[in-house]
Design a protein around this ligand. Structure first.
Ligand SMILES: *Cc1c(COP(=O)(O)O)cnc(C)c1O
Length: 364
């Protein structure tokens, strides 16, 4: 059945995954392994602009071997979640922020802007079409992955003249096994993630490709995640491979590294700054040096450290390791500020708590 829906044609394919099998998949979805029945797809060409927007059965995309993305990596993405509300409805959390960040990422990578309205509409339609896939569990959600890539068939180096924009959806459980328990962090002395003037502030696939070697080194050293230092002085904390970072001090204040080009402007980061300030806490956006981190952890001035992002919300940092030693944050467990901020944010995201900033968008 084709029904025009603002910009999108919706071609639903009922019953691709039988209900019984879907229920079994939803029981323990993990992260990013299970996908829903449909996807949004929109084409762009220089001549026609964005066109042929549809919601259709999720399926492989034919790619010519000379498609630009396969050679020069023009690809950006987003990540946001739809949550099941207590009344059985569903909400999106700050989708307009993802839409505007996607526009900025596109600009940095010389890609065309996806109109913010079209971005949000694609997310809404995929979620409502595949509403049966939104988990009911307290930790579960439907992770939406909007992305865009260059698919002009041409080996010349230039911005592509053709692109595809897609949204796929994946029901997920807790990102880390063990939920909100503390992780260990490896300080990457050798590799950097992003440099001033580079692509660190864009949600660009290549940033992740560049982080994998450092992440592998973290794993070899028995750590869960890697934290990157700035590229110039190799001294200031930037962020993790895919999460921003916060520090909590003995006076109850928070500090997070400032946005300045090499850090991804996280929506979770922004939301936590707002919630902490609402609660009367001081939040400083200032550089923080790795040696200061070690000294403050040793003196007890630093009480907590945590990473944050859409996938895992807040992940406490328990231990920090580098080539010349390791240190613990407090007792190495989740601290009270991280725990309470996490709960506050999760309650707003799941439409369980008042939403004074209008962050939650109702889908149905
Ligand atoms: C997506 C991302 C984050 C977190 O951003 P959120 O909007 O909070 O999900 C942090 N760092 C990097 C490198 C990212 O790609």
């Amino acid at each position: 059945m084709d029904q025009p829906n603002q910009h999108f044609v919706v071609d639903t394919h009922p019953g691709i995954v039988p209900a019984e099998q879907r229920t079994a998949l939803l029981a323990n979805p993990g992260f990013g392994k299970v996908f829903t029945d449909h996807m949004a797809i929109v084409r762009y060409s220089q001549d026609r602009g964005w066109h042929d927007a549809r919601i259709t059965a999720r399926a492989p995309i034919p790619l010519d071997p000379a498609s630009a993305v396969l050679h020069y990596a023009q690809e950006i993405f987003e990540g946001l979640k739809a949550y099941r509300a207590e009344d059985g409805g569903a909400v999106l959390f700050r989708p307009g922020e993802n839409a505007s960040r996607f526009r900025l990422s596109a600009e940095r990578m010389a890609m065309p802007a996806v109109p913010e309205e079209m971005f949000v509409e694609a997310c809404r339609l995929v979620t409502t079409t595949d509403r049966a896939w939104i988990p009911d569990s307290p930790d579960g959600s439907l992770y939406l992955r909007p992305f865009m890539f260059a698919n002009e068939v041409f080996l010349g180096v230039k911005p592509s003249s053709e692109y595809l924009f897609l949204v796929i959806a994946s029901p997920v459980g807790a990102y880390f096994k063990g939920g909100a328990s503390a992780v260990s962090i490896w300080v990457s002395d050798e590799y950097v993630r992003a440099a001033p003037g580079g692509t660190g502030a864009a949600k660009y696939g290549g940033n992740y490709a560049a982080s994998l070697k450092a992440q592998a080194e973290a794993t070899e050293n028995g750590c869960d995640q890697v934290v990157f230092l700035d590229a110039v002085e190799r001294r200031w904390i930037d962020e993790l491979g895919g999460m921003n970072v916060f520090f909590v001090f003995e006076d109850g204040s928070l500090l997070t590294p400032p946005l300045g080009g090499s850090i991804l402007p996280g929506i979770t980061r922004d939301s936590l700054i707002t919630l902490a300030r609402d609660a009367g806490r001081t939040v400083r956006e200032e550089p923080y040096a790795i040696d200061q981190w070690a000294a403050d952890a040793a003196s007890g001035r630093l009480r907590e450290a945590f990473a944050c992002g859409t996938a895992a919300v807040i992940t406490p940092i328990g231990t920090v390791k580098r080539r010349d030693g390791a240190f613990k944050i407090a007792d190495g467990e989740a601290g009270p500020v991280a725990t309470s901020l996490r709960q506050q944010l999760v309650d707003i995201q799941r439409a369980k708590a008042p939403d004074p900033h209008g962050w939650v968008q109702r889908l149905f």
